[in-house]
Design a protein around this ligand. Sequence first.
Ligand SMILES: *Cc1c(COP(=O)(O)O)cnc(C)c1O
Length: 397
Amino acid sequence: MSVASAATRTVPFHVPHTADRQYAYLRQALDSGSLDGDGPFSARATELLSRLTGSRHVLLTPSCTHALEIAALLMDLAPGDEVVMPSFTFAPTASAFALRGAVPVFVDCHPDTLNMDESSLESVITERTRAIVAVHYAGVACEMREILRIAEAHGLPVIEDNAHGLGASYHGRPLGGLGGLAAQSFHATKNVHCGKGGALLVNDDGLVERATIIRDRGTNRHQYFLGQVDKYRWVDLGSSYILPEILAALLAAQLEEFDTVQKRRHAVWDTYHDRLADWASDQGVALPTVPEDRTHSAHLYHLVMPSETDRMALLRHLSEHGVQATFHFQPLHTSPAGTRHGRIAPGGCPVTERIAYRLVRLPLYDGLSDAQVEQVVNALLSFRTGAARVNDRKDPR
Ligand SMILES: *Cc1c(COP(=O)(O)O)cnc(C)c1O
């Protein structure tokens, strides 16, 4: 029977942010007649993103996946070329490059930050390597100094998958502004969103012109509008990668409230971190690690349980206490498409395999009330690891 009574209503895992001005902006965008994209709201969202990331060239896209696809097109990948990335990430990080015939090469992650282990980079780079993709898991930066150093030594571009990291920093510099290219997500599950949207940040000035063309169906329409050419034509490979203006209106409204959203998310994150510290160390549970030289984006709060059985038991326990929690990425190197299109680093990804099946994400969003946070904390404090092992339940994968 459920322990959750009428008084303890279920805390949803995620509720997307609602911005005060989003309805007004949507109406304005609809009435403006400029609906296809790159209109005034797109300009506003672009400017706000530029300020947040320090990136001079921001191109709004219909998703982070599409931004990664533009990045892959910019790399001029040929079949058999290789792109190095962590196994512990979302499918599109790999799929965007595999679509161009490249082979994703999966490396393991650090057990604390869950970010790509840069010490394995040298051993996987070959003459076919064309790029390194750094995913800032949970909005905690990868070891960018080392990654950029290795990339430079091999003449490789670094692409940041910064879907989680808007607002976070590394050595005082905003994430998204560190690699030659970076991809942002404004999917409804991210800190601010427009339902589905994204952006490509182009920090390498040499790639801006082609990125603009690829995003606009492979045409030089942008140069035509600027009066640089007298007609616009098909000049390169490309696709329809411009964010519609209506979604840009929603995004602009959300980005204007970014600081408020982040303030609340950080407060919730900090509460979890403080209140769970003793319990976690007693129970052998690992809480998130944020190294001192970087700030995080409060995108997610995760626990790594001592065993898969404890993970299943905790998810069940939380559900009985009216708390929706969930797991996260399934390792790409063992996924059906990952094994077909990818290659695994020598030595495999043992850390990824260990943590992926033990990880639990807690509710974290700006709409959480203090009472809801309390409910989540109390539900966790009443859980003991190890107990479920007696029942010898087998975890489904
Ligand atoms: C959400 C996410 C994406 C994809 O974002 P979309 O905007 O939905 O395409 C890519 N990478 C990571 C790490 C993500 O979490």
